[in-house]
Design a protein around this ligand. Structure first.
Ligand code: ADP
Ligand code: MG
Length: 642
């Protein structure tokens, strides 16, 4: 089958502009038209000689020239014989022995399956091109008390931009004024609009539906979520799945073998005294019968279809390799905060040991001002809601899974969990703190050296779809599901209980390196997927057989460390993606078995039972078309909630 080397798009040829693709369609159409006219004349109503010849020449040119050029490029560019060459030689050989019609059938079907393959390929690429097309050109930047229209590329982090109803969000940022709904389907695949209030993140290329909003630019254009998705998808195309490498490798070796075999067969037949005409006929039949088109196309057809079906559902795979590894996963490990839970925690209790609450909250918001941790965001929002401004804190540095340290005018400060408290040599013996500690909530303590200044508790809540997502994973045969968290055990157990995860499956009080060690330990019993948000778990994401970044519409680290990005908030899609991966592998196996089997039958009958050329052509191309269609079935696979 066509362009095996391009199937995974490293040559760039199949990833040319959409115009090339349309051209392919026209050429395929012409080939089939030529073939149709010639067949009409042969089987139904004889047409004048010149019409038939014209039709056949058209079919050969339209079907054969692109393949021939491709073959020559491979041959002289990379010193590789590929299947395009086999097909062109086979068609010419057929024509030479009076089988011009059979040769045309060969070229027409070859061209058709090539076009189909490019369409599947193009789909994934078009999803990205569509994203690029959705990027706004200009934005309304606030300047004093007016707005000016500026090019999006000129926006700087910190600028304020006005979003009119119906307008596309020009860059990633934070909402600073207004309340409204945003359609994020372009990046999450989620069709239900999301309500956004002040402080919420908004992403480039999503649509502001109904209100006038003001946003603050958070990232420049080249670092936006969309830019990173485009990069991800482009990089992904270079990463081949093992089975793809197999079919490439096989196609290469085998093509050479078949060409040599056909030449050899011709020689032997001549030597045996077969008339040259018939020897050529049989060699051509053998060539067609033995061409490994179906084997070579079977893998990319399935993988590309699956990748683009997944992308439409908001699940991005970094290439076929990630897809194949996901299919083998038996254990799913989940990070808690920001992954199983929303990270938009509500504050449930405040204890200030420094008198007035406001002073305590201002210090807390100050030290958390630069943290990326979801808890820090929740604290900042709460303090802002209560109308307090953060105090300026400098020299901020984070201690992963413990908390954060810094300093203000009066000296060093820290905020964090009991482990942080312990490290600072502080004591939690105050009566007011006991109540907070007793509740199964996440408690953040604020202190200065060995003195605790107060504490705040936040109720981290499970994502709405988490329970269902976990149930779906179990239903689809996942052996083990575990929760890993840096939070304390009481909180972890409460969340686990709400999600249907048993206490034995909960690992709490972990540092980032503990998560990595646990992933390694689980991996001894089979492939492990780690699902995380990139905060304090990027190492585990990278270490797992499959790292899955959850809610990746925000976090850069997560996208880089992971193999799969779940852009949708819907956790049930995890199970859907897992099923899709396993289905893809099944289809690949079916295709390989079928394709190799069909080839063996054709070659055997070619060698021993005088297989007529038309039958060889039909068997060969019919088989190829079947595996392509079998692979394309995955395109229709809904990766939505079951
Ligand atoms: P998880 O593994 O559940 O995602 P993390 O490892 O990210 O949780 O965090 C573990 C705990 O560390 C949090 O529950 C919190 O108590 C504390 N922590 C981490 N970062 C901060 C921060 N910036 N401010 C306060 N506490 C923090
Ligand atoms: Mg986390």
């Amino acid at each position: 089958m066509p362009h095996s080397q391009n199937a995974t798009a490293q040559s760039g040829h199949s990833h040319g502009p959409a115009g090339l693709e349309d051209m392919g369609l026209v050429l395929t159409g012409l080939t089939i038209l030529g073939l149709g006219i010639a067949s009409f004349s042969a089987f139904l109503l004889p047409l004048p000689e010149w019409a038939v010849t014209g039709a056949l020449v058209t079919a050969y040119l339209a079907g054969g020239v692109p393949a021939g050029l491709e073959a020559l490029r491979e041959l002289f560019g990379k010193f590789r014989l590929d299947i395009d060459l086999l097909m062109v030689v086979a068609a010419l050989a057929a024509a030479a022995v009076g089988g011009a019609l059979e040769g045309a059938v060969l070229l027409a079907l070859f061209s058709l399956s090539g076009t189909l393959e490019h369409r599947a390929l193009g789909k994934a690429r078009r999803a990205v091109e569509a994203l690029m097309a959705l990027r706004a050109d200009t934005a309304l930047r606030v300047a004093g008390d007016t707005v000016v229209e500026v090019a999006v590329a000129d926006l700087q982090p910190g600028d304020h931009v006005v979003l009119r109803p119906g307008a596309r969000v020009p860059v990633d940022g934070l909402l600073v004024e207004g309340y409204g709904e945003i359609d994020e389907s372009t990046i999450t695949g989620e069709s239900v609009p999301v309500a956004k209030e002040v402080g919420a993140q908004v992403y480039e290329a999503t649509v502001n539906l109904n209100a006038v909003l003001t946003m603050q630019v958070a990232r420049s254009l080249d670092q936006s979520t969309v830019a990173r998705m485009i990069k991800l998808v482009t990089e992904a195309q270079g990463m081949k799945a093992p089975s793809e490498r197999f079919s490439d490798w096989f196609g290469q070796r085998y093509t050479v073998a078949v060409l040599l075999g056909a030449v050899l067969a011709y020689g032997v037949l001549m030597w045996l005294g077969t008339p040259p005409q018939q020897a050529l006929y049989q060699a051509a039949t053998l060539l067609v019968a033995a061409s490994p088109c179906a084997v070579v196309i079977s893998v990319p057809a399935a993988i590309l279809s699956a990748l683009s079906a997944a992308a439409r559902g908001g699940v991005l795979f970094k290439g076929g390799a990630a897809l194949e590894r996901l299919a083998a996963v038996k254990t799913f490990a989940f990070d808690k905060t920001g992954t199983l839970t929303t990270g938009r925690a509500e504050v449930t209790g405040v204890v200030s040991l420094m008198g007035e609450e406001a002073g305590f909250l201002r210090l807390l918001a100050g030290i958390e001002a630069q943290s990326e941790h979801p808890i820090a965001g929740a604290l900042r929002r709460e303090v802002a809601k209560r109308g307090h401004d953060p105090i300026l804190v400098s020299d901020v540095s984070t201690s992963p899974s413990e908390g954060i340290t810094g300093r203000d005018e009066q000296g060093p400060l820290w905020a964090g969990n009991p482990r942080m408290v312990q490290r600072m040599g502080a004591a939690l013996d105050h009566a007011l703190l006991a109540e907070l500690q007793a509740s199964p909530q996440t408690v953040v303590y604020l202190g200065r050296e060995a003195l605790v200044l107060g504490a705040i508790s936040v109720a981290d809540q499970p994502r709405a779809t988490a329970r269902q997502g976990i149930a779906a994973l179990r239903a689809s045969g996942v052996r083990q599901i575990v929760m890993m968290t840096g939070d304390r055990r009481a909180v972890a157990l409460r969340i686990a209980d709400q999600l249907g995860i048993s206490p034995q499956e909960v690992h709490a009080d972990l540092l980032p390196q503990d998560k990595v060690a646990l992933v390694d330990q689980l991996a001894q019993k089979g492939a492990v997927a780690f699902v995380g948000d990139g905060v304090n778990d990027a190492a585990a994401l990278a270490r797992a057989d499959v790292g899955i970044a959850m809610g990746a519409a925000g976090s850069e680290v997560a996208l880089q460390a992971a193999d799969v990005a779940l852009l949708s908030e819907d956790m049930a899609r995890l199970a859907a993606a897992h099923r899709l991966a396993r289905r893809t592998l099944r289809i690949i196996r079916q295709n390989l078995v079928f394709a190799i089997g069909a080839m063996l039958v054709l070659v055997t009958s070619g060698l021993f039972f005088h297989l007529p050329l038309p039958l060889a052509v039909l068997g060969h191309e019919g088989g190829t078309l079947l595996v392509v269609l079998n692979g394309l079935r995955l395109l229709a696979d809904p990766i939505r909630t079951p």
